[in-house]
Design a protein around this ligand. Structure first.
Ligand SMILES: O=C(O)CCC(=O)C(=O)O
Ligand SMILES: [Fe+2]
Length: 202
């Protein structure tokens, strides 16, 4: 549970049975607010196609990404290095709300733009060496609702959750060490989705 006795209603439950904690808070922004934030981010963010090295080959993803942070943090994953851009007012506003609700502090944010349901993200955990060990990662979703999946690295146990427009999901503690996650592609989802993952660089 997060939130305080006298604050706005905010409930969350741990979705994982063991070896970590994933709290789904549901929508934290109203529908109109979601539309406003989606349009602002779509227009303002420095979206770029992502590059990754897979099996020794450089590939360019259909999904677009952007990386923001407190300082010019360098972040290396999948064989490419990115330097953080300074926060915009829109990102600061979202970050402040996420910090209040999660009770955690963040110094960087990776944004993903999925143009439609057929763009997704494969199994991975966010355990790069630049990230503070076991720090919270807060994921905000805007736009089309999508399914999000967890899989335990040893047992293969699966947990799925639907990520609604305007929702907040927080991954805590040992989650990245024991669980993989992915955003599966879906032919049924036609709309675009923006995802923001707030992180703490060590
Ligand atoms: O789009 C999502 O919900 C997941 C993004 C993700 O896992 C990541 O950026 O590491
Ligand atoms: Fe991730």
């Amino acid at each position: 549970m997060s939130g305080d006795l006298f604050g706005a209603a905010d409930y969350s439950v741990n979705l994982l049975p063991s070896d970590g904690e994933v709290n789904y808070h549901g929508p934290i922004f109203g529908v109109d607010e979601c539309g406003r934030l989606f349009e602002k981010l779509l227009a303002e963010v420095a979206w770029r196609h992502d590059e990754a090295v897979m099996f020794g080959k450089r590939i360019v993803t259909a999904r677009k990404v952007a990386w923001y942070g407190n300082e010019g943090f360098k972040y290396t994953y999948s064989g490419t290095t990115k330097e953080a851009l300074p926060w915009s007012d829109t990102l600061r506003e979202i970050k402040a709300k996420v910090e209040t609700l999660s009770g955690a502090k963040f110094n960087s944010c990776l944004l993903n733009l999925y143009h439609h349901g057929e763009e997704g993200m494969g199994w991975h955990s966010d355990d790069e060496k630049e990230l503070a060990r076991d720090a919270a990662i807060a994921s905000v979703s805007l736009g089309a609702a999508r399914k999000f999946c967890f899989k335990h690295k040893q047992s293969g146990e699966r947990v799925d959750v639907g990520l609604e427009n305007g929702s907040l999901l927080v991954m805590l503690g040992a989650t990245q060490r024991y669980w993989l996650h992915r955003l599966p592609p879906s032919k049924r989802v036609k709309g675009a989705r923006i995802n923001l993952t707030f992180r703490l660089m060590a």
